[in-house]
Ligand binder design. Structure first.
Ligand SMILES: Nc1ncnc2c1ncn2[C@@H]1O[C@H](COP(=O)(O)OP(=O)(O)O)[C@@H](O)[C@H]1O
Ligand SMILES: [Mg+2]
Length: 339
């Protein structure tokens, strides 16, 4: 496969902060991530807050340098390039959309200037062509011409996110990474923004990495779904298989807890908080909250197991049976917790 981006054994370790000061503790934000994104595909990333989704997203677009492992863009290692080469490869080849458009956009610049900025920085075309491109971008994301000179503060949340999307598309990237792009928006405009992203990726043939803590949204948006837990990728499955086909207990637990299922089920109870990313549990990090965990799980994190589907793999000592209904797991998880 000619990968667009490929992560190999990528790790990100931060220095921990406490009260604004760095401590000697380390935060394991991303651990041993392997991931390949092909041109044109949509990969969803799901997991609870703090599990490393944003870190993974930033590593993919070269904003965050992995502390170990590699990121290759079109087969070339991003971090062995010169800074100039990397700026060109990443700046023009990828676009990133953040959660909160009110902080992601420069509030002093009018829409026109926000959209022109990447074109100016990368010296795309003549002045005239850049003006044309700004108009084209605005129409691409459904922003009325009348807003060309508006400041971000004069726009609605949805309009601001459209500006952020247009900016991410300015240089015609092959890959767009959207990190919780609707979490900060009113519920009423979320669907519009999601539909816009789907429509753009179809029309422009983009690869899209879509990050959200909401597994239902991720499933609907994506071809493939990555589940993360405490800095690790624990499952990778075709979106169509997530409901009753995912094998990792954590993916099932996330799915059982989504509101608004057509056929609602009780959530699988996860006991206790997510452990600290500073002191992750030994073995499988999910074991402290998993109803299936036993001694084996404390000893080692299992390698990926393959399934009958080439795009489906998971890391678990006690996977959910193939085709086992999530509803039945809810019962099972309650039983296993009875004294
Ligand atoms: N710059 C940083 N310094 C220290 N810790 C960080 C930094 N950025 C993220 N982290 C920590 O790394 C972990 C993963 O964070 P993040 O990738 O933002 O998760 P998510 O996007 O899934 O909520 C968290 O424990 C977070 O507190
Ligand atoms: Mg995040």
């Amino acid at each position: 496969m000619n990968a667009l981006v490929e992560l190999s054994d990528a790790h990100v370790v931060h220095k921990a902060r406490s009260g604004g000061l760095f401590t000697r503790d380390k935060v394991y934000a991303l651990t041993g991530a392997d991931l390949t994104i092909a041109p044109g595909e949509t990969v969803g990333v799901v997991g609870e807050s703090g599990c490393g989704k944003s870190t993974l997203a930033k590593v993919l677009v070269g904003v965050q340098r992995p502390t170990a492992g590699t990121v290759a863009f079109r087969g070339r290692d991003l971090w062995t390039m010169t800074p100039g080469e990397r700026r060109t490869a990443v700046g023009a080849g990828t676009g990133m959309i953040f959660q909160d458009p009110s902080t992601a956009l420069n509030r002093r610049l009018p829409v026109r200037q926000i959209l022109r900025d990447p074109l100016d920085v990368h010296e795309r075309g003549t002045k005239r062509e850049r003006d044309d491109r700004v108009r084209e971008l605005m129409s691409l994301v459904g922003l009325p011409r009348a807003l060309t000179d508006a400041l971000p503060g004069q726009l609605s949340g949805g309009q601001r996110q459209r500006v952020a999307i247009a900016r991410a598309l300015a240089l015609d990237p092959d890959l767009v990474v959207a990190d919780e792009p609707t979490s900060a928006l009113d519920v009423s405009v979320r669907a519009q923004i999601l539909n816009l992203l789907l429509d753009l990726k179809e029309r422009l043939g983009l690869a899209l990495v879509f990050v959200s803590h909401d597994i239902q949204t991720v499933r609907r948006m994506s071809d493939r779904v990555i589940t993360m837990y405490l800095g690790r990728i624990v499952e990778e499955a075709p979106a169509a298989d997530v409901t009753d086909g995912s094998r990792h207990p954590y993916t099932r637990a996330l799915f059982s807890a989504t509101p608004g299922l057509l056929d609602p089920i009780d959530p699988i109870p996860l006991v206790g908080p997510v452990p600290s990313a500073t002191r992750p549990p030994s073995g499988c990090p999910f074991r402290t909250r998993c109803w299936k965990a036993n001694e084996v799980c404390a000893q080692a994190m299992p390698e990926f197991s393959a399934t009958s589907h080439p795009e489906h793999r998971y890391r678990c000592h006690h996977p959910v049976e193939e085709g086992e209904a999530t509803r039945d797991l809810v019962r099972q998880s309650h039983h296993s917790r009875e004294p």
